[in-house]
Design a protein around this ligand. Sequence first.
Ligand code: PGA
Length: 256
Amino acid sequence: MASRPFIVGNWKMHGTRAMLSEARAIDRAAQRLMQVEIALAPPFTLIHPVRREAEQIGVGAQDCHPADGGAYTGDISAAMVADAGAGFVILGHSERRQGHGEKDKLVSEKATAALDAGLKLILCCGEPMEKRESGKAIDHVLRQLKASLPDTIEEPAERLTIAYEPIWAIGSGEAASIDDIVEMHTAIREFLVKTFGEEDGAAVRIIYGGSVNAENAAEIVGADEVDGALVGGASLSAESFMNIVLAVQEVIANRD
Ligand code: PGA
C-alpha cells in the first residue's frame, strides 16, 4: 500500500447538476481524511461545477481526444478538460476500448496530448475473462500497457497512475481475488521499474478497479503493490464512496 492511497471515483455516464450535492459532501468529508488522496472523474458536463465546489479533492475527466482542436464534432480536447478544471484524465478504460473501438495506439496518442495539456494520467489496463482462463492475463495486460503508454513521459512518478481493471470484474459485483490482484500488480511493477528505472518505476502508483466496495476496500488497498482504487458504482453516492475511504483510512491507522 502507498503511504497515501489514491481513491478515485469514476462516475462514468452518471450525474447531472443534481449530483453536485454528492460531490460537495465527498469534498467536505475529504477535508477530514487527509491521509487518503481522493478524486472524482465526473462526466465532462460536471467537471467545471465539481471543480468549483471542491476544495480538497482532485477532479478529472474520463477521456479526451488526441488532437489539440479541429473539426471533430462531439469530441473534447485535453486542453478543454484542463480549462474546465480537470487535473487528470482517465484513459484507455475498457468501456472506451470496447464501446468505442479504442486501440492501444490511440490511447497512447491521447496520453501524449493529455501530458502536453498539463494533465496527469490514469492509464487503464485489464484482461477479458478468456485471457485469464487461458493463463494469459499478465502477458495481455503488460502488452496492452506497453503499447498504451505515451512515447515519452517526464516525471512518471508524479504524472502517471496505472489502473488495473480486469474487465470481468467491472460492475459485476465480483472483484478479483487478492492473490490475482497482487500477482498482476507485481508484474506491472516489474514492468514499470524496467521502463522507468528503479526509483521512478517504484513510485508510479498502481491502483485496482473492478467492484471495489466498502466491504472489500480495506483488504484490496491494504494488499502488496496496491496503491489505491478506481471505483465506479460505489462512487455515485457520498455515503458509499466515503465508506470506502473510511475503510482505507482504518488500514492506515492500524499500520501506523
Ligand atoms: P465498478 O467500476 O467499481 O462499478 O466495478 C470500476 C471502473 O470501471 O472504473
